[in-house]
Ligand binder design. Structure first.
Ligand SMILES: C[S@@+](CC[C@H](N)C(=O)[O-])C[C@H]1O[C@@H](n2cnc3c(N)ncnc32)[C@H](O)[C@@H]1O
Length: 450
């Protein structure tokens, strides 16, 4: 295994293991990583993130190992600490194994919730080091251990993608690169690449506007951040606007119905001059849309409102285009958010797919005949993609599907072959892409043919 989490200089591992334990226990109790990470003291945040991502990517195996070492479930914080150490020992870090054990015990002793279990943690970890190979073969048959995802997730992927479920799971536990989207209004691609090179940042162009970095960097340290030269956006997400605008489509009035933090709103405005209403239900996330528009030198009307209730905010004037980047499980972006599989439940897939159906129904009447609706989710589950759109088209005779990739699956090279050479090439690129579903629906006048 490669070293998943590098050591953070100057901070002892046990001090990092305390927030890692809190993060992992919090995720398992239903809190998102982003909220939990905000509570970590800033000097520890980067190190705690690196370690907790390694731990979450190895969580299935760690839990299975803990089950073999200590069959009764320990209290949540003890369990989180013990499993975190097992994941680090299994996945590999730049810390030697004996350091991981020693520092884990020290972390246990340092906190009231775990101090009485320090001996138990120590015994389990030392037993693991002694019996590693035997334990490995015992977990070999356990799917959640081999794939590091919950059983319901594995089962759903196998049902949805009988040919591809293994590749999808494999792609999900690999870290994602940092990808930038150049602001075409502010800088050209050669100048942008040269500015990165001048700072010694290794970067690769991917198509006309995307740039993939060899290593993650603090965004404010990259050239031109304050001048609005770029945004951070995965290659998968960068396909949305070209798809909507395919075939020389130039909408004048556009609704981005679930806009925050503004990745697709700003991408659209970098491509064309349009009157854009960027709507989101979350006030804090609306503030991020405004910040991003300002930084990139773009303009849109940002509105904090519920897309499910257009009567509260729509003036009755139809839109030429609607973007619906709907709330979803995020099953396509696990490589960037390894908490997602352990946070979500099977019931969430059903609940979110109903919300997606309601959003489509609520927004479709706002589109003018001849206009287009782009439907996107960053999910690889059919319930949030192809099933959703098939059901919508079956009940809306004025919705005509246009060419679109459908499910764009990470780790599955063939998934984009039928959709143009540049997308096939991106799909085969070594850095891969997040998983997305894209559909474009054209509204035909009632009574007119498709
Ligand atoms: C997948 S994110 C959108 C990402 C965004 N399009 C981008 O490219 O940066 C989904 C967004 O939908 C918003 N949302 C969820 N339910 C909503 C609703 N009923 N009305 C409006 N926005 C909603 C969430 O707050 C969230 O910001």
């Amino acid at each position: 295994m490669t070293a998943g989490a590098p050591a953070q200089r100057g901070v002892p591992l046990w001090q990092l293991l305390c927030p890692v334990t809190d993060i992992v226990a919090g995720v398992l109790a239903g809190q998102s990583y982003a909220v939990l990470a905000d509570r970590v003291a800033p000097p520890l945040r980067a190190g705690a993130q690196a370690l907790s991502f390694t731990v979450l990517r190895g969580w299935g195996r760690a839990r299975a190992l803990r089950g073999l070492l200590a069959p009764g479930t320990p209290p949540p914080l003890v369990d989180a600490l013990l499993c975190s150490a097992l994941a680090l020992l299994w996945e590999g870090t730049s810390y030697p194994a004996h350091t991981v054990v020693d520092q884990c015990v020290r972390c246990a002793r340092s906190r009231r919730a775990t101090q009485h279990q320090a001996g138990f943690v120590n015994a389990c970890l030392r037993q693991f080091l002694r019996r590693r190979e035997a334990l490995q073969s015992q977990t070999e048959e356990v799917e959640t251990a081999c794939w590091n995802h919950p059983q319901w997730w594995i089962d759903l992927l196998r049902q949805d993608w009988p040919q591809h479920w293994q590749a999808l799971l494999h792609a999900s536990v690999r870290p994602a690169p940092m990808v930038l989207r150049r602001n075409r209004r502010r800088i050209d691609q050669p100048s942008f690449l040269a500015s990165l090179q001048a700072l010694g940042i290794d970067a690769h162009p991917a198509g006309d506007a995307a740039v993939v970095l060899d290593a993650h960097q603090p965004v404010v340290g990259l050239p031109g951040f304050g001048k609005g030269w770029f945004s951070v956006q995965d290659l998968g997400a960068q396909r949305a606007i070209p798809l909507l605008l395919q075939g020389d489509f130039h909408p004048r009035r556009v609704l981005d119905a679930c806009a925050a933090p503004g990745g697709k709103t700003t991408h659209l405005l970098e491509w064309l001059d349009a009157e854009v209403m960027a709507l989101d239900i979350d006030p804090q996330r609306c503030a991020r849309v405004r910040d991003n528009l300002d930084r990139l030198g773009l303009h849109a009307t940002v509105l904090c409102a519920d897309a499910l209730d257009p009567t509260a905010w729509w003036n009755g004037q139809p839109f030429d285009a609607i973007m619906l980047d709907a709330p979803c499980t995020g099953s396509g972006v696990v490589r960037r958010h390894p908490d997602i599989p352990w946070l979500k439940r099977l019931q969430d897939v059903q609940t979110l797919s109903q919300v997606q159906a309601c959003l489509l129904d609520a927004l479709w009447p706002l589109l003018r005949p001849g206009g287009r609706l782009l439907y996107a989710t960053c999910s690889v589950f059919r319930a949030e993609g192809s099933d959703r759109i098939d059901a919508f088209v079956a009940t809306h005779p004025d919705a005509c599907p246009m060419p679109a990739p459908g499910h764009w699956l990470p780790g599955v090279p063939s998934s984009m072959q039928s959709w143009g050479d540049d997308m096939a090439a991106l799909n085969d690129a070594p850095w891969g892409h997040d998983g997305f579903f894209y559909a474009v629906l054209r509204k035909v006048a009632q009574g007119a043919g498709a």
